[in-house]
Design a protein around this ligand. Structure first.
Ligand SMILES: Cc1cc2nc3c(=O)[nH]c(=O)nc-3n(C[C@H](O)[C@H](O)[C@H](O)COP(=O)(O)OP(=O)(O)OC[C@H]3O[C@@H](n4cnc5c(N)ncnc54)[C@H](O)[C@@H]3O)c2cc1C
Length: 405
């Protein structure tokens, strides 16, 4: 007798993996099928720069060994895409022609690199970095090369750039914003970061838009809006991500930047949940690992009949590039926030306060204290009276009423 339709999870990144696991923890018997488009089971994308640098192979960054799934009675099917959705019939069409019915569906297709509308694309020596396969392609092509251009000076770009400097390439960063990591640091922090990265082999063109790319004598020529041309052996496009909503286009599931979900990660259709980089929750697509996992857990729990809500996470980013540590948390762009700054030879710390409460922090150099700042943000504690001491090395956060409870 054919198996009864159970839970189907589309996408096997951290959101899909966490969703399947949370579902199974509440429901030990309903069949669970995970459809993953890549050949590798869920792996730590944030470690892909190490794959680019040749420090590690993709198999070593998988979250779980192969037998982990079978041990939990999770049917993991890789190298397979869901290509269309018939929500009326509760059925997916897979890339091998199979129809897969579901009772509940969790959509966790993640994100894909944005392909900016630059004239000349695609080119064989212009890369993106999202998957293990991308990382291996980039690593292979970089062998023996001398220069790389990074189009986009965000977090992912800088980490990939650092991997390329480890392979011996000089890296030119081209960023349209007036400073680096515009989402994570302010102008002052960016200037400091730049200062620290130049000796590691980075060069920067900030406030520079790319108007066209072309291939000339084996090199990629990057034409900037200002008329300047930069030549490199390869370029890496790192212009943000877009949610992979293709599967639900034409269905009744509402999308904006991502698939719209409520606090329970429910889409606009019953029985269908979404989580991770494909989901838009309260107007934002998180684009972060921890948030994707947390959303996945909420979706899996609710699909199994539980009732839990996604609380949102304080955005938190850490970066280690060429020996420079950076940690950015919370809201660092709030208008009219009060700021506290401390600079020592080893580190630079900036804390953003509103109504006497910490709402954001940036640390460059040593990032000790980051967990404590995060806790202050999570708890919303007042730090009035501690402003002068808060950034001192070794400050005892337990002095703040409510901190240790
Ligand atoms: C190089 C790099 C560095 C990063 N560094 C950090 C970091 O330091 N900190 C941080 O918080 N975040 C970081 N991120 C972002 C983080 O990895 C993502 O936010 C997270 O992976 C999103 O998880 P997800 O499960 O939503 O989607 P994904 O991880 O994108 O997984 C989605 C999966 O679904 C598959 N899929 C898509 N469509 C289909 C379909 N139709 N059928 C079947 N399968 C499908 C995809 O192939 C993919 O395997 C980084 C990302 C990259 C690429």
């Amino acid at each position: 007798m054919a198996e009864q339709p159970g839970l189907v999870v589309v996408g096997h990144g951290p959101a899909g993996a966490a969703a399947a696991q949370a579902f199974r923890e509440l429901d030990g018997t309903t069949p669970v099928t995970i459809i993953g488009g890549e050949s590798l089971s869920c792996y730590a994308r944030p470690r892909l720069p190490e794959v680019v640098a040749g420090q590690i192979e993709p198999g070593a960054i998988r979250l779980h060994p192969d037998d982990w799934y079978a041990a939990r009675n999770l049917n993991l099917r890789l190298c397979l895409d869901a290509v269309s959705l018939d929500a009326g019939r509760h059925c997916l069409l897979l890339s091998n022609g199979e129809e897969l019915p579901y009772r509940k569906l969790i959509l966790a297709m993640g994100g894909a690199p944005v392909q900016p509308p630059i004239a000349g694309l695609p080119l064989e020596n212009v890369f993106v970095l999202r998957t293990a396969e991308d990382a291996l392609n980039l690593r292979r092509y970089s062998q023996g090369k001398q220069t790389a251009a990074l189009i986009g000076g965000g977090l992912l770009g800088l980490e990939a750039g650092a991997a390329l400097t480890r392979l011996g390439l000089r890296v030119v960063v081209i960023e349209v914003a007036p400073w680096l990591l515009p989402r994570q640091v302010d102008q002052e922090g960016s200037a400091l970061l730049q200062e620290k990265l130049i000796p590691a082999g980075f060069e920067f063109f900030l406030g520079a838009g790319v108007s066209a790319l072309e291939q000339r004598e084996g090199q990629v020529v990057i034409r900037l809006n200002q008329g300047l041309e930069i030549k490199a052996d390869l370029a890496l496009l790192s212009a943000g991500i877009r949610s992979r909503t293709e599967l639900v286009q034409g269905s009744e599931i509402k999308t904006n930047r991502g698939i719209l979900v409520d606090d329970r990660m429910q889409t606009t259709l019953p029985d269908i949940f979404a989580a991770g980089d494909v989901a838009e929750w309260r107007g934002t697509v998180a684009g972060l690992w921890a948030a994707s996992q947390a959303m996945g857990r909420v979706a899996g729990t609710n699909a199994a009949g539980g009732d839990t809500h996604y609380p949102g996470l304080v955005p938190s980013t850490t970066l280690k590039v060429a020996g420079v540590e950076l940690c950015s948390q919370g809201d660092i762009h709030a208008p009219l926030a009060q700021t506290l700054v401390r600079r020592t030879p080893e580190n630079w710390v900036k804390v953003f306060l509103r109504d006497g409460r910490v709402i954001g922090s940036i640390q460059i150099g040593r990032t000790a204290g980051a967990l404590q700042f995060k806790r202050l943000m999570d708890l919303g504690l007042s730090v009035i009276g501690f402003e002068a001491a808060l950034l001192e090395t070794g400050f005892d956060f337990n002095r703040i009423p409510g901190f240790h409870s």
